[in-house]
Write a protein that binds this ligand. Structure first.
Ligand SMILES: *Cc1c(COP(=O)(O)O)cnc(C)c1O
Length: 495
């Protein structure tokens, strides 16, 4: 061992990192747990989101700590500088983007997973078995056979990326992994309403985002199948190689669901891979009433979705499933000497998660999914998803009944897009200002999107804590803030 030059090394500082006195850290840990339970129990009574005041915003420039610090003091900094200024997605009136609310059980699972600090890249240990169990449950939810393969990943963005790579290898054969696609002009298809991460996946896979053909949608935001067929024929005639069709089950803008059965027919006729981005929509499979909307999902070759959105598992927990496991293995399995499988010992096990995706070291995401499903049960999550959709319908009905509000899109699932209307020729700016006002007031967090060239206030009802009263308070606030701004003629985004 090479000891640093210049004097004897202080062996005391080379001790392990466990506390000398467990009792004080234990007491601090208990306090943290109690504080977080209080926080979750009272989340409804606080503001949804609070911007960081300048003093806190500027407080993040500490030098690298060279010496030891007191964990209680760091916890105090967390309480004052971090906790009050988090995203806000725990709150029942957080309706921005598509965010899950988490659960107390999910929080505990995160702590337990941290305690075990398992590396779920591979090898033969129980945390891997938990993940296999979760993947089998995921296959059951989607309607895939139990022989399907899959892994948990950060989110649907990564799951879509894996879907693109599996489809590429299925189309070109495993030599493509060594040789690249060369001059093969692989082209893929998705609706114009597909999430931006699909184009990014094509980009990151080296296929180019221009090789993703965006097919027009109908008035309900669903891909137009004849236009898709025509695009495939056109590309074939031009010498391109169609290899992938990406369906959307729950579009990010308005929650639209592509006609998945028809997409499965097109994919089969054309001999191309069908991948479905069901980022949040997949959880509708847990509701017997909503499941028919996703008919055909079970015919996909691969499906990407999130447990961290409607599934309420804490961030992050995405999932990729591949119906025929050999395709996922073909795209990712590699043999390196240091990852060699043994027949006995810790290095046993045929397929490791690192054979199924790009990550080698991976955390124990599966525990929070496993504990969430075991605690609440799939039926209760399905009922909660159904309630979000019922609330969205109530919200839409209220909007339709208010002369000062205009709904901008049909409500297929849980996303409601609308705007405040006034005698004003800058409605986009007015509605953007209303949304910023609402967010800064702490009362609610909707977000915005563009629908048919018009800025919409977008409420995505994903949080299990959201009730009818929350939805109505948001509408009331949009009306009063809209009227105040319209009366003052103040459309700017400034406070
Ligand atoms: C949220 C979302 C994504 C991205 O998923 P992440 O988990 O944020 O990576 C992709 N597609 C759709 C339809 C989404 O709603």
């Amino acid at each position: 061992m090479n000891l640093p030059a210049g004097g004897p090394t202080d062996m005391r500082r080379m001790d392990d990192l466990d506390p000398e006195d467990w009792s004080s850290l234990r007491a601090l840990g208990h306090r943290m747990l109690d504080d977080m339970f209080d926080h979750l129990a009272g989340v409804r009574d606080g503001p949804v989101w609070q911007p960081m005041p300048p003093a806190i915003r500027d407080s993040w420039a500490d030098p690298l700590p060279r010496g030891p610090g007191d964990p209680a003091e760091t916890y105090a900094a967390f309480r004052s500088r971090v906790m009050p200024h988090a995203t806000g997605n725990l709150h029942p009136r957080f309706m921005g983007w598509v965010h899950g609310g988490g659960t107390p059980v999910g929080m505990l699972a995160e702590m337990l997973a941290g305690g075990l600090n398992a590396n779920c890249g591979g090898r033969d240990h129980a945390p891997i078995a938990v993940e296999r169990q979760v993947i089998a449950w995921a296959a059951e939810i989607i309607g895939f056979p139990q022989t399907a393969s899959g892994v948990l990943v950060t989110g649907t963005s990564m799951a879509n990326m894996i879907g693109v790579l599996v489809a590429r290898t299925a189309a070109c054969g495993t030599r493509v992994r060594a040789e690249g696609v060369g001059g093969t002009r692989l082209v893929a298809y998705a609706s114009a309403a597909a999430h931006g991460c699909v184009g990014r996946a094509m980009d990151m896979a080296g296929l180019g985002s221009d090789a993703l053909r965006l097919i027009p949608t109908d008035a309900a935001g669903r891909i137009v199948a004849p236009a898709l067929r025509a695009a495939i024929a056109r590309d074939r005639a031009a010498g391109d190689r169609p290899f992938l069709l990406v369906g959307t089950a729950g579009s990010v803008d308005i929650g639209a669901i592509d006609p998945l059965d028809r997409l499965a027919d097109v994919a089969r006729e054309s001999g191309i891979w069908l991948h479905v981005d069901a980022a949040f929509g997949a959880m509708a499979m847990l509701s017997p009433r909503l499941r028919p909307l996703l008919a055909g999902l079970e015919r996909a070759d691969s499906v990407a979705f999130d447990f961290h959105k409607w599934g309420q598992v804490p961030y992050d927990a995405g999932c990729i499933l591949v119906r025929e496991a050999e395709h996922q293995l073909a795209a990712f399995a590699a043999d390196a000497a240091y990852l060699r499988r043994a027949t006995r010992g810790l290095a046993a096990g045929e397929v490791w998660p690192n054979d199924l995706g790009p990550d080698l070291s991976r955390g124990f995401r599966a525990l929070k999914v496993w504990m969430t499903l075991r605690t609440y049960g799939a039926d209760r999550i399905g009922a909660m998803v159904e309630r979000s959709c019922a609330l969205a319908q109530e919200m839409a009905a209220r909007i339709d009944a208010e002369p000062a509000l205009e709904r901008l899109a049909p409500v297929a699932l849980n996303v409601v897009c609308f705007r405040f209307v006034a005698a004003d020729d800058e409605l986009d700016a007015l509605n953007a200002a209303i949304v910023a006002d609402l967010q800064e007031s702490g009362l609610a967090v909707p977000s915005t999107t563009m629908i048919g060239g018009r800025l919409a206030i977008r409420a995505a009802l994903v949080n299990h804590r959201t009730r009818r009263d929350d939805v109505m308070r948001v509408i009331d606030a949009v009306l009063s803030m809209g009227r105040a701004r319209a009366a003052n003629g103040r459309r700017d985004n400034a406070a």
